[in-house]
Design a protein around this ligand. Structure first.
Ligand code: HEM
Length: 439
């Protein structure tokens, strides 16, 4: 057996905590560059082991919950989603809740979501005029809040969407930080605001459910899926469980899609030749006079490859974490029970052996022949159930945009950087793009 190498630069009792929290993506890249496939670091007393290689990632994703446990690692989500939902629920219930999320996101429901997203996107670009400049990160964050809420909660809720909803949701997000990964209880004032925000959100969502039930209405959205779903024993979800499912969906899908759209836009502006080829691909689809909702459901290979390369270099989820409940063996190493185990799409996607010249954006690079090398959506039994929805959304956005406009960067290309003020990777601010209507 080998002892696990420790990352340099630990300071005092906090260990590597400060450097990790400042920017997990940069810290984990340094940790891997210094130590290779397996290394450990200290998050204020919590041993965390980083594993980087397709084989190691496969071992983590395939490990059963009894060995590597997601719920124990993500306890900070429990007060956000609610005590009876996802990682706050007993494992068997959580499995059934995840199945309900997956049912609502099945391929056969995509036609309906495509129409909703297309409607939002078309309305959104309507007011852009001939040319202008905008902060694309802000713009996509607002747009994907609308598309997510619309698909999730239906048209009436979406149309009465107030700033209050966005503000409450933002309060919840503030409580999910790299520091919370270490100690969810140590948030102080932030946790009081989080709890108040969740309580008010629960009121809004419950009122909407009650209204729908009182009127006997049935809709084609995620809320209806939750309202109609039953557990294996026939019990329907309680109102608070439905609230938790709604918040879970928003958390899983909003910024991940919004940030991917932002980086896709920046990379398109950085690569005008590729943008022109994708625009031609989209024009060819529009030549058949099809609606956007139908187009976004189609194969658009160049655009899809471009989005995948964006996800390689800028995967929104940088750290995927589990807690070792027992000693966990990988190769010549044993990770002691009680440690956190981390896989990082950000670091994994920069392995030279799998992605030659990894920092180079190359949408034509071949797919690696190991499915555990490219992991923006995770892998194994916890793999993202919203990936088809996410790709549909990003495709719809760029079909609508590239059909009308061309984009260029406002600032120097290298000034658009990955930052991590929360646990989700996003472009630095301001994230300005200039657009002009195509001739
Ligand atoms: C580009 C967009 C997205 C990315 C990069 C992404 C990435 C991921 C990753 C890496 C995981 C696995 C987490 C882990 O192993 O710890 C995950 C899980 C999940 N994602 Fe996504 N996701 C995206 C969009 C979405 C959307 C739009 C939805 C819903 C509409 C969604 C719903 C979920 C759910 C429900 C899970 C399961 C979480 C669990 O196991 O508890 N995701 N996602």
């Amino acid at each position: 057996m080998h002892s696990i190498p420790t990352v340099s630069g630990a300071t005092g009792e906090a260990g590597h905590f400060e450097e990790f929290c400042a920017n997990p993506a940069l810290f984990l890249s340094r940790a891997h560059a210094e130590n290779g496939e397996v290394c450990q670091f200290d998050l204020n007393g919590l041993r965390t082991v980083l594993l980087v290689s397709p084989e190691a990632q496969e071992a983590v994703f395939r490990a059963p919950d009894e060995q590597l446990n997601a719920a124990a690692a993500y306890q900070m989500m429990v007060p956000v989603f609610g005590p009876g939902v996802q990682y706050g629920a007993p494992p068997e219930l959580e499995r059934q809740q995840l199945k309900i999320q997956a049912t609502g996101l099945r391929q056969d429901r995509m036609q309906r979501y495509a129409a909703v997203i297309a409607g939002e996107v078309e309305a959104w670009v309507e007011g852009w005029g001939e040319a202008g400049e905008l902060d694309i990160y802000e713009a996509f964050t607002r747009l994907t809040l609308k598309t997510s809420t619309h698909c999730l909660m239906g048209t009436r809720f979406r149309n009465t969407l107030t700033d209050e909803f966005a503000d409450l949701y933002q309060e919840l997000e503030h409580s999910v930080s790299p520091a919370a990964l270490r100690d969810p209880a140590a948030l102080g004032e932030v946790s009081a605001r989080r709890d108040a925000a969740r309580a008010r959100l629960a009121e809004l969502i419950t009122a909407h459910i009650d209204e729908r039930r009182a009127k006997g209405e049935v809709h084609e959205d995620m809320l209806q899926v939750y309202m109609d779903a039953t557990y294996d024993d026939g019990r329907p979800l309680s109102a608070d469980e439905i609230v938790g499912m709604v918040i879970w969906f928003m958390f899983a899908g909003h910024h991940t899609s919004g940030n991917t759209s932002s980086w896709t836009a920046v990379e398109l502006a950085r690569h005008p030749d590729e943008a022109a080829a994708i625009t031609a691909e989209i024009d060819a689809l529009y030549a058949h006079n099809e609606e956007l909702s139908r187009q976004a459901l189609k194969e658009i290979p160049r655009l899809q490859d471009f989005i995948m390369e964006t996800l390689r270099l800028h995967p929104p989820l940088v750290t995927l974490t589990r807690r070792a409940l027992v000693d966990f063996a990988y190769g010549d190493y044993v990770i002691p029970a009680g440690s956190n185990v981390m896989v990082s799409p950000y670091v994994a996607h920069r392995l030279e052996q799998w992605f030659p010249q990894p920092e180079r954006f190359d949408a034509a690079r071949p797919e690696p022949d190991n499915v555990f090398a490219f992991i923006p959506f995770g892998g194994g039994h916890r793999k993202c159930v919203g990936n088809a929805f996410a790709i549909l959304q990003v495709k719809a956005i760029f079909c609508a945009l590239l059909r009308r406009y061309r984009f260029e960067l406002v600032d120097a290309p290298e000034s658009y950087r990955d930052i991590m003020p929360s646990l989700i990777l996003r472009p630095s601010e301001p994230c300005l793009l200039r657009y002009a209507r195509r001739g």
